[in-house]
Write a protein that binds this ligand. Structure first.
Ligand code: F6R
Length: 262
């Protein structure tokens, strides 16, 4: 079963992620982190940065692979996912920039970029912990509804809904939001050894209920998590509001032995 943890705040969710990743870094200093952009993982990155600095963890060998990138946006653009990952992950955590990869969204070379990216992840030994946000339509990465649950990294067309949701990062101007992207496929994401999905706010409640308690369907790409042997969904009360089995999730987490971790 996907483990569901209901928390009071993004900071609390972030701290759970950060503890798990810090333990991983201590055990495997060259571990591979799967990275997401968007607002959901920001508190988790902040909490992880805090622990890294407090415990003086050596992160010089930690490797990273981002989930996705807009197609046709210069890497230097402040909203390219390359820039966002540099600003929100590489710099605050003190990672080695050369070890952190973002899919190549350059239209001139994008044709083979997906296969190359999947090969690079495999050559690194696969992703140890993949952090995920979820779209209001149930997307993970930029795998919009209808995406093959076996897909590899490839080019996708963003839905109008996703472009509207992301217009806030482009001064509210929909016309500035790219129409295409390159994203890790659901099949790629499912190969990560541990998936941690974070969701906050009313807007995510329906997608979370579909993901955890609905049928497995490409119409809610995140529902593929039900088939993953180690998936953790961390949500606040609002994002949890449409879950039918809430009381059980709370009970299970409250009675979890400390040694078990997430
Ligand atoms: C970002 C990504 C997307 C976001 C999702 C939620 O790399 O892959 O799936 O996680 O769109 O975005 P936020 O967290 O901004 O609500």
């Amino acid at each position: 079963m996907t483990e569901v943890i209901i928390v009071h705040s993004q900071e609390e969710a972030g701290a759970i992620y950060a503890q798990a990743v810090a333990k991983l870094i201590e055990r495997k200093p060259d571990c591979v982190l799967g990275l997401a952009t968007g607002s959901s993982p920001l508190a988790a990155y902040r909490e992880l940065a805090k622990i890294i600095h407090e415990r003086h963890l050596d992160v010089s060998r930690v490797r990273g692979f981002a989930l996705d990138e807009y197609a046709g946006l210069e890497p230097e653009h402040p909203e390219s996912y390359r820039s966002v990952i540099t600003r929100t992950v590489v710099e605050p955590l003190g990672l080695t920039p050369e070890l952190v990869h973002v899919p190549n969204g350059n239209p001139d070379t994008i044709e083979h970029a997906g296969e190359e990216y999947d090969r690079a992840i495999a050559a690194a030994g696969g992703v140890d912990v993949q952090i995920l946000g979820i779209g209001t339509d149930g997307h993970i990465g930029f795998n919009e509804p209808g995406s093959s649950l076996a897909s590899g990294t490839r080019i996708k067309t963003l839905t109008e809904q996703t472009r509207e949701d992301n217009a806030r990062f482009f001064g509210g101007d929909m016309d500035k939001v790219p129409t295409h992207c390159i994203t890790q496929g659901i099949g790629t994401i499912m190969k990560a050894r541990h998936l941690i999905l974070l969701a906050f706010g009313d807007g995510k409640a329906e997608a979370i209920a579909e993901t955890v308690e609905g049928g497995v369907s490409s119409f809610c790409p995140a529902s593929a998590l039900q088939l993953h042997p180690h998936a953790t969904v961390i949500v606040d009360e609002k994002a949890a509001s449409k879950l039918r089995n809430k009381d059980y999730y709370r009970y299970a987490y409250d009675h979890k032995p400390a040694w078990q971790g997430i």
